[in-house]
Write a new protein. Structure first.
Lengths: 109, 119
């Protein structure tokens, strides 16, 4: 079966750095997405990785290792507004998005 | 950027009534639209995939006669929850995908979601 694992909840301090991990086992791989979702809102796109390595975009970076079935989202200089759920999703061989359950990130002052 | 709208944002209805939710891609043509449902503190659950002009493909466990999907044009898809019941209360989100772009990737653009409450 297809499976995406990410921690349920994480807590970090404002101004700090946090890394949210995602491991996946899917039938085929056509890329991995990270989305941010604030409570009561729809997800918003953060990043897309299809090749191994690190993609940096401002305070957010995303890393992918296809051989390990592993990705992480790195958030730097955390701000209170970063409190949200972060969803990892993999595009499988049928180009369907397989979603993780999401990681709720709590930022404390 | 690509914008997807949903209407209504929220709706409250009585049990047994039908509710229609519209999803529109405002500045691009969406070859494929997706309908998701999300219960509190849970991840997105794909309900169905629809391509313009053809019947929707429903995920296992989703009743196609209850959740009617019409993808009438490249910019509009509708989800009708027929004979809604309290257990259908949820956050319904649509997303739209453009056709393949040269060098591009398969990003889905999400609508803002519709919160349905069935009394």
């Amino acid at each position: 079966g297809q499976n995406i694992d990410q921690p349920t909840e994480m807590t970090a301090t404002e101004g700090a750095i946090v890394q949210i991990n995602c491991t996946y086992q899917t039938s085929g791989f056509n890329g991995l997405f990270w989305y941010q979702q604030h409570a009561g809102e729809a997800p918003t796109f953060l990043s897309y990785n299809v090749l191994d390595g690190l993609e940096e975009k401002g305070r957010f970076s995303s890393f992918l290792s296809r051989s390990k079935g592993y990705s992480y989202l790195l958030l730097k200089e955390l701000q209170m507004k970063d409190s949200a759920s972060y969803l990892c999703a993999v595009l499988d061989s049928n180009y369907q998005l397989i979603w993780g359950a999401g990681t709720k990130l709590i930022i404390k002052p | 950027g690509a914008v997807v709208s949903q209407h209504p944002s929220w709706v409250i209805c009585k049990s047994g009534t039908s509710v229609k939710i519209e999803c529109r891609s405002l500045d691009f043509q969406a070859t494929t639209m997706f309908w998701y449902r999300q219960f509190p503190k849970q991840s997105l659950m794909l309900m169905a995939t629809s391509n313009e002009g053809s019947k929707a493909t429903y995920e296992q466990g989703v009743e196609k006669d209850k959740f009617l999907i019409n993808h009438a044009s490249l910019t509009l898809s509708t989800l009708t929850v027929t004979s809604a019941h309290p257990e259908d209360s949820s956050f319904y989100i649509c997303s739209a995908r453009r056709g393949w772009e040269v060098g591009g990737y398969n990003e889905q653009f999400f609508g803002p979601g519709t919160r349905l409450t069935v009394l």
